[in-house]
Design a protein around this ligand. Structure first.
Ligand SMILES: Cc1cc2nc3c(=O)[nH]c(=O)nc-3n(C[C@H](O)[C@H](O)[C@H](O)COP(=O)(O)OP(=O)(O)OC[C@H]3O[C@@H](n4cnc5c(N)ncnc54)[C@H](O)[C@@H]3O)c2cc1C
Length: 430
């Protein structure tokens, strides 16, 4: 009988297992892969964008922003930076407050796994957890429940534990082995679960998309979303780059927009977010230029050709009347398109949906099944682009460990002591 069984050795499960074991709980950590952190090792193009200086609940799509805010206050960006320092993982800050590692992202998983090992965690790697049962016939809380325990199979082996942590991620990017099986288990156990949907994913445009054929071009844009006549900005950071692909658009601007986009919404793209076209037209030196040539001074010529209304392309700026000027400005600053969809979970870096926070306590324990906890991407908290998802996974994993053993305040107090490092592979695999 373990004190805790953690399903999933991603960032959420690893830190949860490590912290729980360091507080003298016996811990089993199960993952279907034969190494920890498979998805984590793909993060940030292999370097890992681990957290962000601009963390706030605004950067998450969730059913309970106030709980996300509370978790981020208890585990702020500096907490993750301390973790990276303690693991001797150097990092750098890039645009938009993004913190990237300077070693392969897999290093984070490896170091946490080594520390789990040092703390006495039993690894069940290469083992899919299945055939779960709840502590049988036990009252909600109290000694009897403690004696009963959750049971499941890790591969062929039967495991029993007093507490169960589902840190099994979402079904985004299934090539990494991701699935929604554990979210379905949570639903079967009475939790409210929002079906996973793709976020941080490229858009696919319909066949008649007027900007087809521009693949490979990348420009800075500001994106808005129009839904039922109301327009809103999906991205607190504002201007980011957009990449034309052979099926639609990708790049940071599109990936962030995908987090707030719903089928049927229009995207409104501003291709010159910092240069008002009306002011450019007013400049004397531009009067003799053709409208199309004016635009191509500030953006790739092929994009200028595609954006400029055909009847205006060969007009000189000085010859354009008010109506024409407004049409040109609208074509550049309010280019509207309706994606036919996204590339879906297959190409999504994360998923919205999962176990709703309303089904969980403030410390991520189930309100339905005492002793059952959730952390990481399986919870209905999806971060925008910028390191927010790994930060959430680490913060929520640490929160669950402290919920099982102490308070978030204890977690902060003990941080320095908890983050001391040192150790060696191989892991004690079962
Ligand atoms: C290509 C790509 C790039 C990304 N880049 C970034 C980035 O730079 N910054 C960022 O913040 N986020 C990034 N993300 C998202 C980030 O990787 C995830 O949000 C994060 O890994 C989620 O952590 P987690 O611990 O909740 O789940 P995961 O990392 O998905 O780990 C869950 C683990 O549970 C295991 N598991 C599931 N079910 C079972 C079962 N039944 N039995 C045994 N094991 C099971 C899985 O094998 C998996 O290893 C990226 C994602 C992708 C796909």
């Amino acid at each position: 009988m373990y004190d805790v069984a953690v399903i999933g050795a991603g960032p959420a499960g690893l830190i949860c297992a490590r912290n729980a074991a360091r507080r003298d709980l016996s811990v089993a950590l199960v993952d279907r892969h034969d190494r920890p952190g498979v998805k984590l090792s793909m993060a940030g193009g292999g370097r890992g964008n681990f957290t962000n200086r601009t963390l706030s609940e605004e950067h998450y799509v969730t059913d309970d922003p106030s709980l996300v805010r509370a978790v981020l206050r208890a585990f702020p960006c500096e907490w993750t930076l301390d973790l990276l320092r303690s693991l001797r993982l150097p990092f750098e800050e890039r645009d938009f407050g993004q913190i990237f590692g300077l070693r392969p992202a897999a290093f984070l998983a490896d170091r946490l796994a080594v520390q789990c090992d040092d703390a006495g965690v039993d690894f069940y790697l290469g083992c899919t957890a299945s055939s779960f049962s709840l502590p049988s016939g036990a009252p909600a809380f109290g000694r009897d429940r403690e004696e009963a325990g959750f049971t499941f199979f890790a591969g062929q082996e039967k495991v029993t534990a007093r507490r169960l942590v589902l840190a099994a991620g979402s079904s985004a990017w299934p090539a990494s082995g991701a699935s929604d099986a554990m979210a379905r288990l949570a639903a079967a156990w009475g939790h409210e679960v929002v079906p996973f949907s793709a976020v941080l994913v490229p858009f696919v445009m319909p066949g008649d998309w007027p900007l087809a054929g521009l693949e490979g071009i990348s420009v800075n844009v500001r994106v808005a979303i129009r839904r039922d006549g109301t327009t809103f900005r999906p991205d607190p950071a504002g201007i980011r780059s957009l990449l034309f692909t052979h099926r639609g658009v990708s790049g940071p601007a599109a990936l962030v927009a995908s987090c707030r986009w719903r089928a049927g919404d229009e995207l409104i793209l501003d291709f010159l977010p910092e240069l008002p076209v009306l002011e450019l037209l007013d400049e004397k030196e531009h009067g003799r230029l053709l409208a199309r040539n004016l635009l191509s001074r500030f953006m790739p010529a092929r994009l200028a050709d595609a954006l400029c209304p055909e009847d205006l392309a060969r007009k000189k700026c000085a010859e354009m009347g008010k109506k024409d000027r407004l049409r040109l400005a609208a074509a550049v600053h309010e280019f509207s398109c309706r994606p036919s969809g996204t590339e879906g979970l297959k190409k999504a870096e994360a998923a919205a949906g999962g176990v709703k926070l309303s089904s969980l306590s403030r410390r991520l324990e189930s309100r339905k099944v005492p002793g059952l906890y959730f952390c990481g991407e399986i919870v209905n908290v999806a971060g925008l682009l910028g390191g927010y998802n790994i930060h959430w996974a680490l913060a929520s994993g640490a929160l669950v460990a402290s919920a099982m053993t102490g308070t978030p305040a204890d977690e902060r107090k003990n941080r320095r002591q908890l983050l001391s490092s040192g150790s060696s592979f191989p892991l004690h695999c079962r």
